[in-house]
Design a protein around this ligand. Structure first.
Ligand code: GLA
Length: 390
């Protein structure tokens, strides 16, 4: 089925690049993460799902070495030569350039392409619009030029583009779920072995609802990298006693407590949060399997408290939204989602209360900040895939 978004993009493609006879189209979703925040780069566990907000791409081959991009939502262009790719101040093209650069690094020769993309993954909302762009483009090039990359290679390619080209030392969660997501299933990912399991999420009486802070995440990438270094510093200290500890994944609460005085307070706090969050994800998965969403929701609140107090990646607006949600009928759990410092909260809400929840949250947020509070009721859908253009 051709969606409205795709129809709009085909019109744009024709306007900007002429015919799209040799083009293909891809849908690449945003994601939610039910629990397990900042655990992926610590080789821990996460529980994300791909959702119904997505980036769409139309990509056609060129043979003259030119790459021409058009970001439909921004009404902005960018062009470059495939053999001279450099990071640009413009921002958005870097997610595409990063993919081209990493493909070249791996020895894949891309002869050029025309790209139009756009979609409805809110930017900067913590739903990983960046992974949607990286992986959607990587997927399209893989299909278009028959590169033969596996799903796992595509996810890793997306992550490398973000790490090495964009410059955020993100983990694998966003790109992984973007590629491997399935309809009505959450993914429990072991971010060390990359083994994963689909857990059905089929409760029609419960909704995953996102509340957006609408605040700029200016600290997100710099502080993100700092958190990562702090975790590594903690592991470095613990490894002197526990040589087998490769990451915080290998550290127990007891071990951390035993060596608390050897590390700066701030390093201890970061490690403490991660060790606990990992344990929380595992027991939250058992809640899911038992269909115990009350217990699951309680862990979401605990996760938020850890992110706020120990990992310190929340913001006053996020805290306000979580507090507000906790006092509204039908809410089982709420927490900030994604890297933090803005973005959105994820709320588990009984479906019959969703309309009242939405109204109440909008009103309370507007009264507090004067800003609108976009509220999205999400549906879990499948990962990146080709879509028909006809
Ligand atoms: C961002 C990163 C992910 C993950 C989350 C925090 O979304 O891209 O790898 O670390 O933050 O859980």
């Amino acid at each position: 089925m051709v969606t409205d978004s795709m129809r709009r993009l085909t019109v744009s493609f024709r306007e900007h690049f002429g015919t799209y006879d040799y083009a293909l189209a891809v849908r690449s979703p945003g994601r939610v993460n039910l629990i397990g925040e900042h655990t992926d780069y610590n080789e821990g566990f996460v529980l994300p799902a791909a959702v119904d907000k997505a980036a769409h791409f139309i990509v056609a081959p060129r043979l003259d070495g030119a790459c021409r991009f058009y970001a439909a939502d921004l009404d902005d262009h960018f062009s470059c030569e495939v053999h001279s790719i450099v990071k640009t101040e413009k921002g958005w093209p870097n997610y595409l350039l990063g993919i081209l650069s990493e493909l070249q690094h791996d020895g894949h020769a891309i002869p050029g392409c025309d790209v139009v993309f756009g979609g409805d993954v809110p930017i900067g909302a913590g739903m990983s619009s960046s992974a949607a762009v990286e992986c959607g483009f990587a997927f399209a090039l893989n299909e278009l030029f028959g590169l033969g990359l596996s799903k796992l290679e595509l996810a890793r390619l997306g992550q490398r583009a973000e790490n090495r080209f964009v410059g955020v030392q993100c983990g694998i969660m966003d790109q992984f779920v973007n590629i491997f997501g399935e309809d009505r299933k959450v993914l429990k990912i072991d971010c060390r072995s990359l083994e994963f399991e689909y857990i059905p999420f089929e409760r029609t009486d419960l909704n995953i609802v996102l509340c957006e802070t609408e605040s700029k995440r200016s600290l997100a990438s710099s502080e993100y990298n700092v958190r990562r270094q702090q975790c590594e510093a903690g592991v470095g200290i613990l490894r002197m006693h526990e040589p087998k500890a490769q990451s915080l994944r290998d550290v127990s609460e007891e071990c951390l407590a035993a060596h608390r005085t050897e590390m700066a307070e701030v390093i201890h706090r970061r490690c403490f949060y991660v060790v606990r969050e990992n344990a929380r994800v595992l027991s939250a998965c058992q809640d899911l399997e038992r269909n115990d969403f009350r217990s699951f929701g309680t862990k979401m609140y605990q996760s938020h408290a850890g992110l706020r107090d120990d990992y310190q990646v929340s913001s006053p607006d996020l805290d306000f939204l979580v507090d507000a949600a906790s006092s509204i009928e039908g809410v089982l759990g709420a927490r900030m989602m994604g890297a933090g410092f803005g973005g959105c909260t994820i709320n588990l809400v009984e479906q019959r209360h969703v309309a009242a929840f939405t109204e109440e949250m909008r009103e309370r947020y507007r009264r507090r900040t004067g800003k609108p509070n976009n509220v999205y009721v999400t549906r879990i859908e499948s990962g990146t895939a080709l879509v028909s253009l006809s």
